[in-house]
Write a protein that binds this ligand. Sequence first.
Ligand SMILES: [Zn+2]
Length: 468
Amino acid sequence: MATSLRIRFEGAARTVTGSRHHLFWGERSGLFDCGLFQGPRDEAERINRNFAFEPSQLDAMVVSHAHLDHTGNLPTLVAGGYGGRIHMTPATADLSRFMLADSAFLQEKDVEHVNKHARGRPPRRPLYTPADVEATLERIDTHEYHAPWELWPGATVEYFDAGHILGSAITTYTFEQNGRQFRLAMGGDLGRANRPILQDPEQLQGIDALVLESTYGNRVHQDTAETERQLIEIVERTVQRGGRVLVPSFAVGRAQDFVATLHKLCERGEVCEVPIFVDSPMARSATGVFVRHPELFDAETRHLFEHERGAPFGFARLRYVSSPDESRALNDRREPCIIVAASGMCEGGRILHHLLHGLGNPRNTVLFVGFQAQGTLGRRIKDGVEKVNVFGEPIQVHAEVAALDGFSAHADQNELVAWVTAIKPTPRNIFLVHGELEAAEALAARLKEHLPTQVHIPEKGQEFDLWT
Ligand SMILES: [Zn+2]
């Protein structure tokens, strides 16, 4: 009797966060990604705590990359009884060590804060603890790109470079029975060509079914040259005013990309006179992981790194700020500078005290280089709200507000379509996940226009037979 192959979409279906896809191969089942759903507290709590299966019944766990919307719920799975291995690339493992620990720390702080203001509501408890994170890290097995391993009898898994963040992978599952083969590709988050530091996403061939992200399925990003031109202008006019450029940034990936871009411009003789401060302990830890994995850099970055003593992660005008005192001391500086600090959406971290001291000054610029979700302080500032609260203090926004979207680590509509179109032969089935419905529908329309394929936009909980 033939072994059947099925997939059930249990997260990031018609939404961006909380990736969780469930594969069934005969009697075995495995999860692909186990991310945190990020949203309103009650909804997030319900979704993240509950699995559509018993974690102890799961046979395998495979992870695409270290972003928390793909890994951040692994400790809940382990705390819930999952006893198997967790597969990921070595760089994903290195990043996950401190990202999951930080996630546990933030949850404990959040629960503490909420319980303090509970007013009779039953106390909450964190999704997981540092001990759960420790137990999770012990289950990790690492696999390099292009080093296939046997997941189950008749099922082999292989990682390819996704060019999204350090260690990010496109994952293929090859199933075999009775001399026949079926190849399923999980796109994970797909990166973009010609970005700083990382290699371009690898082009796959010979795929029967593809699960693909659609974050920017309805958008086209600004190109690199235009992004750099605007960045130079923003820095120049801020420096001329005698102000500082405050850059809220995600600590992992975006901060390093931004710094590498500044280094490149500096090498070309542009934006060179301005000191750059990276004021984020997380960004510093993440940079430490980058430096341990030069094998993952593109040729240009590797050459720089080997010949210019650590550039683009360390160079003369760049300083990593460690202690809170040193961070606060930046407020007393008179000279223009660029300060990169987390969090990317201004929901916490050291960027807040820089905003507290900097937003009211018309000489300064707040420069957004990442996505700003609805309801965040970053979004309000970006949308041009005149008065915002920082640490409970009302502040009139007089600083210039600017945004560059060319730093995105996700392929845009044209890049996604080009990547899928280059797969020969065209996959018979494509499942669009990790995108709002509008974005997924726009991408589906483009793909169907170009290619002889079935495009599905699964709902949460929807199941498909892939191969029978
Ligand atoms: Zn990602």
